[in-house]
Design a protein around this ligand. Sequence first.
Ligand SMILES: Cc1ncc(COP(=O)(O)O)c(C=O)c1O
Length: 347
Amino acid sequence: MSLICKHVDALTGYTPGEQPRFEGMVKLNTNENPYPPSPDVSAALASFDWQKLRLYPDPVCNKVRALIAELNGCSPEQVFVGNGSDEILALFTRAFVEVGGRIGYFDPTYSLYSVLAAIRDATVKPFALNADFTCPLPPADYADTFIWTNPNAPTSLMADPEVIASFAKSFKGVLLIDEAYADFAPANCMSIATAPENTNTLVMRTLSKSYSLAGMRFGYCVGPKELIDALYKIKDSYNMDALAQVIGFAALNDQAHMKQNAAKIIQTRATLAQALEARGWQVLPSASNFLFAKPPVNAAELFAALRERHIFVRYFPAEKTKDYLRITIGTPAEVEKLLAVLADYNA
Ligand SMILES: Cc1ncc(COP(=O)(O)O)c(C=O)c1O
């Protein structure tokens, strides 16, 4: 008899994007920010009293929660802080999905959701995107919970927040809007989460992308106190370490730096999209820090050829995505290198 739970034995774990470390490589495969975090992060690290590490951190992140509440126009009781948004997603599946319950999300989307559902032994309910990768409206009773990724990954497309707001109103279960890429988009859904009448919707953000802090784990979500309380009830005692709280505060407190970097990335995104289109690629209109685009040559072969030249992009071999590459927006110099290699390869 196996010592491992049957459903764990049967599941395939999440495969994170490759994390290569080559001198001079162009790393455009995991949607990291090409620019460093705020200088205030460096100052916070330099002045951090290392001797304080002997003490446990604040278990509920009061200082940084108050700042997040101020930034989003809600009360600190409506904010949950997690060890990366991946932790919040895992807690979400534990707090709001009964054993055997139904977790809905679009297909394709962030591939971690199905793995978390399998870990929870839940029923997965992928809802197919339209052929052009736009989001159809799921029925109000589609699942017990629904994760709506906006902008979506890997497609880069943004759905209209008003459409999501009307879905939130009609949906019978708990809706989590994953806004990992919202700072690169022209609009977002935060006002759905903070509306006084909201009882079922959480909006989640991460510091991994727009705040250039993927190397530190920091995500948060905003929503009704009752749902936030449920997340606090089941989290690890000290899910956010002392350094993450200090660094997260410094980064969030420098909105100007984040917005400046996001603006640079949005500009480079337009340049790259235009250059690819001129080379015969079909580029989806991105509202994120990456492009999802169909090259005029075989995508799998191009992915491998780029990889050999130490240019890393992401390829998803599933039927619906196999003709596309997902390319994170890098610096203008990185984008030029990519375009030079593409010209060599006639792609
Ligand atoms: C849609 C989406 N949500 C969440 C995450 C995870 O973010 P974090 O680094 O905060 O765990 C990612 C990471 O790529 C993502 O693409």
